[in-house]
Design a protein around this ligand. Structure first.
Ligand code: NAD
Ligand code: ZN
Length: 356
C-alpha cells in the first residue's frame, strides 16, 4: 500500500477585505520594472466595482474570461498563445479571479506557459513536466474547492479530465468573503452544494480516513450553518467549507453523484454545480440522509431543478452517459470498495438516468 503524498497551497490569506493585499503579494514577485502579471478575470466582473480594484500596472495584462462554457483545452491553448504574443518574457504571476472555472483557467494557463505541446496532452495524472509560472487563486463564488485542489478540469477532445499534478496547486490563494456577496441565489446554491456533496461522498465512501473525515465533518457543519441556519457570517463559512471540502476529497475521493454528474455534463452539457444537484436528487438509495437534507436546503431557498431531462432521450444517448459514468473507476471504488465492477451495471445506471 502506498500513501498519498500530496502538495497543498503554500500561502493563503483569509479574511473579509483581504483582496486589497493582492497588490502587496504581487509586489514580492515583481523583481524588475518590466516584470508583468497576467490577470484572468471572470467577465461577470467587467464594469463592476471589482474591475477598478484589480491592482494591474501599465505593463500587465488583464484578460476577461467568459465561463458560459466550462473551460476547454482549446480555450487554454488560445489564452496561452495570447500571453506569449503579448510579451516574450514569462509573466511573474498568473492571477485567477472568479469561480471554479476561472481558477482552473488560471491554473492551466500557468502550467501551459512552461509546458509545450498544448494542454490536451497533459490531461491525466502527473503528466506535467515543468513547474508552472507562479499562480494565485481568488474565489468570487465558493463551493468547488478548486482553490485547494491539485487539478484543473478541462473539456478536451476526448473527454473531460483534469491536469492533475503537484505543479497545478496554487502558490497562493486569497479568500475574501466580500467577493462572493453578489452571487445570484440559484448559482450560489448549485456551487455551494458541490461542497456539500463532496462531504457526503467523502464521508460515505470506503476511502474514508481520519484526515478526510476531519475536514468533511467540519465543512458539512459549515454548509448546514449556511444553507439551513442562514448564519450572519454565511459568506465566511461557505468560503471555509469550500476549502475544507476540497481538502477532504484530496485525501479520499468523490462518489456516485460526481460519476453520474460527469455523464450528464459530458453528453448534455450541464455545468458541474447544477449537474451535481440534478444527479444527487435521484441518489437517495446511495446517500439517504444526505439527499433528505439536500432537499430541505432546496426547499428553504426555493430552488427547483429541471425534471424529466432523460426520460424520453434515445437509448443511444442514455448509453453514452452510462458509459462515461461507468468509466469513473476510482469514484465507484470509493462507493463500493473492491469488486465495484460487478455492482456498477448498465442496467442499474440506465435505470438511474431514466429517473433524471
Ligand atoms: P463557475 O466558475 O463556472 O461560475 C458560475 C457562474 O457564476 C458564472 O456565470 C460566473 O460568471 C458567476 N460568478 C462567479 N463569481 C460571481 C460573483 N461574485 N457574482 C456573480 N456571479 C459570479 O462556477 P463554479 O461552480 O465555481 O465552478 C465550476 C467549474 O469548476 C467547472 O468547470 C468544474 O469542472 C470546475 N471544478 C473544478 C474543481 C477543481 O478541483 N479544480 C472542482 C470542482 C469543479
Ligand atoms: Zn465537485
Amino acid at each position: 500500500m502506498s500513501f498519498k503524498n500530496f502538495k497543498v497551497v503554500e500561502k493563503m490569506i483569509f479574511g473579509r477585505g483581504s483582496f486589497v493585499q493582492l497588490d502587496e503579494v504581487l509586489a514580492a514577485e515583481r523583481k524588475t520594472a518590466d516584470d508583468f502579471v497576467v490577470f484572468l478575470v471572470d467577465d461577470v466582473h467587467q464594469g463592476k466595482a471589482l474591475e477598478g480594484r484589480i491592482p494591474a500596472k501599465a505593463q500587465d495584462m488583464v484578460i476577461w474570461v467568459n465561463v458560459d462554457e466550462e473551460p476547454s483545452t482549446i480555450q487554454i491553448d488560445t489564452l496561452t498563445e495570447q500571453v506569449q504574443a503579448f510579451n516574450t518574457k514569462l509573466p511573474v504571476s498568473v492571477v485567477g479571479l472568479g469561480g471554479g472555472s476561472t481558477m482552473d483557467v488560471a491554473k492551466a494557463v500557468s502550467l501551459m506557459l512552461t509546458n509545450p505541446g498544448g494542454s490536451a496532452i497533459y490531461q491525466g495524472w502527473d503528466l506535467i513536466k515543468n513547474p508552472a509560472v507562479h499562480h494565485i487563486g481568488i474565489p468570487t463564488i465558493s463551493g468547488t474547492g478548486a482553490e485547494a485542489s491539485r487539478t484543473a478540469v478541462l473539456c478536451g477532445p476526448v473527454r473531460k479530465l483534469g491536469l492533475n499534478s503537484d505543479y497545478t496547486v496554487f502558490d497562493q490563494i486569497i479568500m475574501d468573503s466580500e467577493l462572493i456577496e453578489g452571487v445570484e441565489t440559484d448559482q450560489w446554491f448549485y456551487t455551494g452544494m458541490d461542497c456539500y456533496i463532496h462531504c457526503v461522498e467523502s464521508l460515505q465512501g470506503t476511502f474514508l480516513n481520519e484526515f478526510s473525515k476531519s475536514y468533511a465533518e467540519k465543512a458539512m457543519d459549515l454548509c448546514r450553518q449556511v444553507y439551513l441556519d442562514d448564519h450572519v457570517d454565511k459568506d465566511d463559512k461557505l468560503m471555509m467549507a469550500s476549502f475544507m471540502g476540497g481538502m477532504s476529497i484530496a485525501y479520499s475521493q468523490v462518489g456516485a453523484c460526481h460519476a453520474v454528474s460527469y455523464g450528464l455534463s459530458y453528453i448534455l452539457g450541464y455545468h458541474h454545480g447544477i449537474g451535481n444537484c440534478i444527479a444527487f436528487d435521484v441518489l437517495e438509495e446511495f446517500y439517504p440522509e444526505g439527499v433528505e437534507e439536500f432537499r430541505l436546503m432546496m426547499k428553504k431557498h426555493n430552488i427547483t431543478l429541471p425534471k424529466n431531462i432523460c426520460k424520453d432521450l434515445p437509448d443511444e444517448t442514455i448509453a453514452k452517459m452510462v458509459a462515461v459514468t461507468k468509466s469513473m473507476g476510482p469514484l465507484w471504488a470509493n462507493v463500493y470498495g473492491a469488486g465495484w465492477e460487478e455492482k456498477v451495471t448498465d442496467e442499474m445506471l440506465t435505470a438511474l438516468f431514466r429517473r433524471i
